[in-house]
Design a binder for this molecule. Structure first.
Ligand SMILES: Nc1nc2c(c(=O)[nH]1)N[C@H]1C(S)=C(S)[C@@H](COP(=O)(O)OP(=O)(O)OC[C@H]3O[C@@H](n4cnc5c(=O)[nH]c(N)nc54)[C@H](O)[C@@H]3O)O[C@H]1N2
Ligand SMILES: Nc1nc2c(c(=O)[nH]1)N[C@H]1C(S)=C(S)[C@@H](COP(=O)(O)OP(=O)(O)OC[C@H]3O[C@@H](n4cnc5c(=O)[nH]c(N)nc54)[C@H](O)[C@@H]3O)O[C@H]1N2
Ligand SMILES: [Mo]
Length: 803
């Protein structure tokens, strides 16, 4: 989230699209209700299903799964054509006026630079025109046909209300009602907040769904505002922490990038990752990249990281391509992997195409499971009839189970969706032989080091050089790891005038103190300030809220620097006055920025031309994403890989995302609408958390077995009655379930035909206390978003028959 949970109460419009917050975030959803009940906010829900969130909404609009880019691009067209934008904001705070290269183009579904053989774009043309100083050219009159504004207008011109209805199946009247309410927040003193989760991310166009919404927020002038922003309601309670700490195959902590093969040496790597400002005088915060990176290397390798050895750069792995989970299981399936350590992950239940996952695990020599529970993955080799049709005698994989604790059995911090790090304390000791994840990993680490020391082997250095400064080497304490993340001064640090900023050994107050000369360390630069000389800031529990906006600066700690709303400079107009004085976040008092949040920056005066989007080299919000996204600088509608229409009404030659990756083995497992005519979509229920809670008796009683939801019309045409057992199949397998016939799912008219949706909750399996069941992911396709590789769980093709 750019904003945070409590801030939702400040919104005038709460738009839930691509998520079902009342059900999946029932505690946080209270802030949406607070906005509705106490701020007179309008609550809108756009969802293929009439959900529990929809049941308390003012406006509900149905949509065909996988078509949100069309809907949102239609909103953009509406805002522009009806002049419902915050024009001053767009002019000063977005890249609307910047000129785009002449060789950038879009034609019949493809942007310039497409390489069909590689299914990738050369993004060179997706960029600005630059002057002789390296600054982007601009036209503040917005008349130049190559300025972003005019290219955007041209691009969205196809997304008329008729086209929205045709592609999304959303009746025009519903669509226009939503447009009008959103448009009302183009006023300087009104905001919309968008709440989204997997209904947007779990598509082959997932990242672009979110971008399209972010563009709307820029046009409405809602970024940086209280009650505005881009707000991902994140999933597991610490999944924000997972991305913060860089647990993706091409990332490093703090959203730094793991070097690739292209970066043979440190200089090349730093040059590639340290942007230069592309408009004069911008903050361009990523310009500090070398300071964060060198501090990270000091945290990783301690005294062994020295200037002479490029801070240990050669010890970092260099990727040739992303090793995301889809890729990794495909490698396993092709016998390219011999062992797999699976920690806090139940891929047999949660990953697409369960039968492929089980076949892949069967090809391993060994599998290590680190988990507090027995999972379908730890027992993938057992036969459970149709639910897991394997022959254990043919599976050679040796499985090691290492029981771990659960979060409530250790101290630590949890980073929530709003970037708050909240410290928590152990509630109980772990049962049996369970150990904390830290202890288990420490044990594996020491054992492997010992083997390398005694037996030698290739590539041992990175492991042998790694810093390990815990009081009990076998048991790193959460406190020690948290301080390591925050970072230390390794020498006395002075400012340019010789004043002491921090003493050697002192915890850093801020990442502003970090240096690229080896005198500071930090394992996650954005966490600097979370544990300082003043103590553990994450444990702060003062809920005083003087402004009434809910920013509670004394409650826990938010990255960066305890700032609660990112890009809050944009909450004030170019002269430094809040767009909405009632919801002032910061204002210019004549000498500096002051207010109800930690300001984005202190000194840049209004009128100095310093843009509010301080992480971008041009300082501006991007309506044109230049070279960041895999499939284009503007969002474009592409059909799900398994499309119920069989075509793309906008450009039949380019049906689905041309930059999404599909492995050969998976391509053979994709279905067609002739055989599988209905849209399958998977989702969660309040009564269960993934597949864990089926181990708990009360949850198992509340939702005892797999069901699927279908419309009355589909039920009638297939002769299915409420409560009947049905068989739902896809190209990849089948499940059996109880049919729930409901008005919550409607037949949609899209692409000139009727589209039926089969709703499939995902919580059951063959382990636990609940009735033994099939895994919903038996049905789902192994194809992912072109940028994030998040699987397309929300739109695929199925058939349904009475069992
Ligand atoms: N009780 C409970 N809460 C949970 C979880 C749980 O298992 N149980 N899991 C947690 C996790 S890990 C996560 S990530 C979050 C997920 O939170 P959510 O994303 O809110 O949960 P889902 O139920 O997966 O899907 C959300 C909604 O998206 C809709 N949808 C599907 N396709 C589309 C589409 O193309 N467009 C639009 N507009 N909507 C679409 C679905 O109909 C569904 O209502 O929940 C978290 N909270
Ligand atoms: N069809 C379909 N599939 C989906 C989704 C969907 O919407 N539709 N949603 C996807 C989403 S958003 C997510 S997040 C994934 C989740 O997929 P997984 O990450 O596989 O999810 P979980 O089952 O929540 O958790 C995995 C295991 O972590 C264990 N665990 C809990 N606490 C700890 C701990 O402290 N240490 C260790 N070592 N283990 C622990 C649990 O016991 C559990 O067995 O599923 C995805 N799969
Ligand atoms: Mo999730």
């Amino acid at each position: 989230m750019t904003n945070h949970w409590v801030d939702i109460k400040n919104a005038n419009v709460v738009m839930v699209m691509g998520g079902n917050a009342a059900e999946a975030h029932p505690v946080g959803f209270r802030w949406a209700m607070e906005a509705k009940n106490n701020n007179d906010a309008t609550l809108i829900v756009v969802d293929p299903r009439f959900t529990r969130t929809a049941s308390v909404a003012d406006i509900y609009a149905p949509i065909r799964s996988g078509t949100d880019i069309t809907f949102l691009s239609g909103v953009i067209l509406f805002l522009i054509s009806n002049n419902k934008i915050n024009a001053e904001y767009v002019k000063h705070y977005t890249n609307a006026s910047l000129l785009v290269r002449d060789d950038f183009s879009f034609d019949d579904g493809l942007f310039s630079g497409y390489d069909e053989a590689k299914r990738q774009y050369d993004k060179t043309s997706w960029n600005y025109q630059f002057d002789e100083n390296g600054y982007a050219k601009r036209d503040d009159t917005l008349t130049n046909p190559r300025c972003v504004w005019n290219l955007l207008k041209e691009h969205v011109s196809r997304y008329t209300p008729e086209m929205v209805e045709h592609i999304c199946g959303t009746p025009q009247a519903d669509f226009l009602k939503v447009c009008e309410v959103l448009a009302s927040t183009s006023a300087a003193d009104r905001t919309t907040t968008f709440l989204y989760a997997l209904g947007w991310t779990q598509h082959t166009v997932g990242a672009q769904n979110i971008r399209t919404m972010a563009m709307i927020q820029l046009l409405l002038g809602n970024m940086g505002m209280a009650g505005g922003g881009v707000n991902a309601l994140r999933g597991h309670s610490n999944i924000q922490g997972l991305t913060d700490l860089g647990l993706l195959s091409t990332s490093l902590p703090g959203y730094l990038t793991l070097p690739s093969e292209k970066h043979a040496d440190l200089q090349t790597y730093l040059a590639a990752n340290t942007p230069k400002a592309t408009l004069p005088g911008q903050v361009n915060y990523w310009g500090n990249y070398p300071k964060f990176f060198v501090s990270l290397m000091k945290a990783f390798y301690g005294d062994d990281a020295q200037k002479e050895n490029n801070w240990g750069y050669d010890w970092l792995p260099k990727w040739d391509q992303a090793y995301d989970v889809l890729k990794y299981f495909d490698m396993m399936d092709r016998n390219k992997v011999s062992g797999y350590i699976c920690q806090g992950f139940n891929p047999v239940a949660s990953f697409p195409d369960k039968n492929k996952i089980v076949a892949s695990l069967s090809k391993l020599k060994y599998l290590v499971i680190i988990d507090p529970l027995v999972t379908e993955t730890s027992n993938f080799w057992q036969n459970h009839g149709e639910m897991n049709d394997v022959n254990p005698a043919n599976i050679q994989t040796e499985v090691f189970r290492l029981p771990s604790t659960c979060f409530a059995e250790e101290d630590g911090s949890i980073a929530n969706s709003g970037r708050w790090l909240q410290w928590h304390w152990k509630g109980a000791d772990a049962p049996g032989e369970a150990r904390t994840d830290g202890e288990i990993l420490a044990g594996i680490y020491h054992k492997i080091r010992e083997l390398y020391r005694t037996e030698g082997g290739k590539g041992a250095e990175p492991l042998l050089k790694m810093g390990w400064h815990y009081e009990q080497p076998d048991h790193p304490e959460s406190e020690e790891v948290a301080k390591e993340n925050n970072g230390y001064a390794l020498e006395d640090l002075f400012d340019a005038n010789g004043n002491l900023l921090a003493k050697k050994g002192q915890l850093l107050d801020s990442f502003a103190l970090m240096r690229d000369d080896g005198s500071t360390s930090s394992a996650c630069w954005i966490y600097a300030g979370s544990w300082t000389a003043k103590g553990n800031q994450m444990a702060n529990r003062d809920n005083a809220d003087p402004s009434g906006l809910g920013n509670t600066l004394g409650w826990a700690w938010a990255w960066p620097l305890n700032r609660r709303i990112i890009y809050n400079r944009a909450s004030a107009d170019p002269q430094g006055k809040p767009w909405d004085p009632k919801r002032m976040l910061i204002e210019w008092n004549g000498t500096k920025w002051v207010g109800n949040d930690i300001p984005d920056y202190n000194t840049a005066a209004p009128g100095s031309g310093v843009g509010p989007f301080i992480m971008q080299p041009e300082g501006l919000g991007r309506l044109f994403a230049i070279d960041k996204m895999a499939e284009g600088p503007f969002p474009e509608h592409y059909e799900p890989f398994e499309t119920p229409l069989g075509t793309n009404p906008l450009h039949p030659n380019v049906i689905s995302n041309p930059a999404a990756r599909l492995y050969e083995a998976d391509a053979k497992r994709m279905g067609k609408r002739s055989e599988f005519p209905y849209v399958g979509t998977t989702y969660r229920l309040t009564e269960h958390f993934h597949t864990w809670t089926k181990h708990s008796r009360l949850n198992a009683i509340a939702q005892p077995e797999q069901f699927v939801e279908i419309s009355e019309k589909l039920a009638k045409s297939k002769g299915i009655a409420n409560g009947d057992y049905v068989k739902v199949s896809s190209k990849r397998g089948f499940i059996r379930a109880v049919a729930v016939v409901t008005q919550r799912l409607q037949t949609l008219n899209a692409g000139g035909q009727e589209v039926e949706t089969v709703g499939i909750p995902l919580h059951w399996g063959f382990e636990g206390t609940a009735r033994k069941g099939y895994l919903a992911n038996t049905l789902t396709p192994s194809v992912g978003d072109a940028n994030s590789q998040t699987p397309e769980y929300k739109a695929f093709l199925v058939n349904i028959e009475k069992a």
